[in-house]
Design a protein around this ligand. Structure first.
Ligand code: FAD
Length: 412
């Protein structure tokens, strides 16, 4: 029977950074990954704050070598009106850029960087059962020949993303309060792109506040494009191999014919009801991070940054626990993580109820407020010096109300 200090389930961004951090700090780790890498996963627009996490575990140089598209900001369009947020002009003192990545390549580079540093990773090994208590975890997994193995560990980090291994096993799933939404998307040739259309991601609002298009340009003249909306519209767009979806993006006025004759790289795919919630983020001998915790919505590209941020934090507290220190997992992990998630939650709920769109598309936005909002869009959601972070719950609806009653704002 194998025996390690920490077993990590999943080799996505959360698993890669947490395993690398623990390995650097001399723990015997093992990563079990169900799939063969590289593998496709959606989530291609990163946020600058995730660069802090990648730098902390020494991954940046390897990612740089690949030549991913640099991302310097986000542009929001409603009809003809456009608002740009540039990360170079933000409130928090942080990274001013990041990347737009094909996740198959990006995730492969991350986990291979961990392997280079000495992390053992077993691909095509699926975790099947976990028996967990304070001091010893017993996990079984099957390899690609179907053979079952057992591994004992002192701690488990669940970084299994949408696999949600421990939330399912331990009945931790919690209902989500948002209506069911989904996405239909593809990668598409993008040969007509202008130079200024590369270094940002583009969000186009349509159907009042209920639907939007993402455009995430890659460095190889292809682009990820998708529509997010309530599940019924997404299902309608996805029918007949995404016929209505393709028609929509080919004819969408603000895309100005950019994709009219462009070929898709793969047929449109769909994800329905992507939002997930969880009752608790830790338990005796285990912690959840990344998408095995909560995922609300992709509109502000928070997923990978929350995955790397929670992965590093989980690793650091696991280290403290295993070195015999008393750890307050509720205060030092769950509450802190949920504080950041809650800032994004306010932005997401405000996006769909219209408040955030009123603010983002306001033509009279105060430059300082814009810099503060920009830092949230850059992922710096734990910077309590930022008034938009500190007071997000009251600030967003109040600001939207003020903008709406301000008759001089020509948007209203
Ligand atoms: C439509 C949509 C668009 C999105 N767009 C963005 C975006 O633009 N930017 C962004 O940052 N995020 C985005 N996201 C979110 C992003 O996809 C996730 O937040 C991110 O992938 C989470 O990383 P992770 O490491 O937690 O999990 P994952 O990347 O999902 O990795 C988990 C790994 O665990 C493995 N695994 C699962 N079960 C088992 C098992 N039983 N045994 C062993 N291994 C297992 C899986 O094979 C997988 O490789 C989007 C999400 C959706 C739905």
């Amino acid at each position: 029977m194998e025996q390690v200090d920490v077993l990590i389930i999943g080799a996505g961004p959360a698993g890669a950074v947490s395993s690398a951090w623990l390995n650097k700090n001399k723990y015997k780790v093992l990563v079990l990954e169900k799939q063969k890498f590289p593998r496709f996963v959606i989530g291609e627009s990163l946020l600058p704050h995730c660069m802090d996490h990648l730098a902390e575990v020494g991954f940046i140089d390897n990612v740089k070598k690949h030549g991913f598209q640099i991302k310097t900001g986000a542009s929001f369009y409603r009809g003809d009106h456009k608002t740009d947020f540039l990360f170079a002009d933000q409130f928090t003192n942080g990274w001013s850029w990041t990347w737009q990545v094909k996740r198959a390549d990006f995730d492969n580079i991350l986990i291979n960087s961990a392997i280079e540093q000495g992390v053992p990773v077993k691909f095509e090994c699926e975790v099947k059962t976990v028996e967990s208590n304070d001091t010893e975890q017993v996990t079984t997994y099957t390899d690609n020949s179907g053979k079952t193995h057992t591994v004992k560990s002192r701690f488990i980090i669940d970084a299994s993303g949408y696999g949600r291994v421990l939330p399912r096993m331990f009945n931790l799933d919690a209902p989500v309060s948002t209506p069911p939404r989904g996405a239909v998307f593809c990668h598409i040739q993008d040969t007509k792109r202008k130079p200024e259309e590369s270094g940002n991601i583009f969000i186009h609002s349509f159907n009042e506040n209920s639907a939007w298009i993402w455009v995430i340009p890659f460095s190889d003249q292809t682009t990820s494009i998708g529509v997010v909306s309530d599940s019924s519209l997404v299902q309608d767009f996805y029918a007949d191999n995404g016929a209505k979806f393709l028609q929509h993006i080919r004819n969408f006025p603000e895309l100005k014919g950019r994709f009219t004759s462009e070929k898709t790289v793969f047929e449109p795919r769909t994800i329905l009801n992507y939002a997930v919630g969880v009752k608790q983020l830790f338990g005796p001998g285990y912690v959840l991070c990344g998408n095995s915790t909560e995922f609300l919505d992709p509109v502000f590209s928070s997923g990978v940054t929350l995955a790397t941020g929670s992965g590093i934090r989980a690793a650091k507290l696991t280290h403290k626990t295993l070195s015999g220190e008393k750890v307050d997992w509720m205060n030092d992990y769950e509450n802190i993580l949920r504080r950041g998630i809650d800032v994004f939650r306010t932005f997401v709920l405000g996006w769909y109820n219209g408040d955030m769109q009123t603010i983002i598309y306001s033509k009279t936005m105060d430059p300082e407020l814009k810099r503060q909002i920009c830092s949230v869009l850059a992922g710096y959601v734990w910077d309590e010096n930022n008034p938009v972070v500190k007071k997000h719950k009251t600030l967003v609806p109040t600001l939207a109300k003020v903008i709406k009653i301000n008759q001089s704002d020509p948007v209203q």
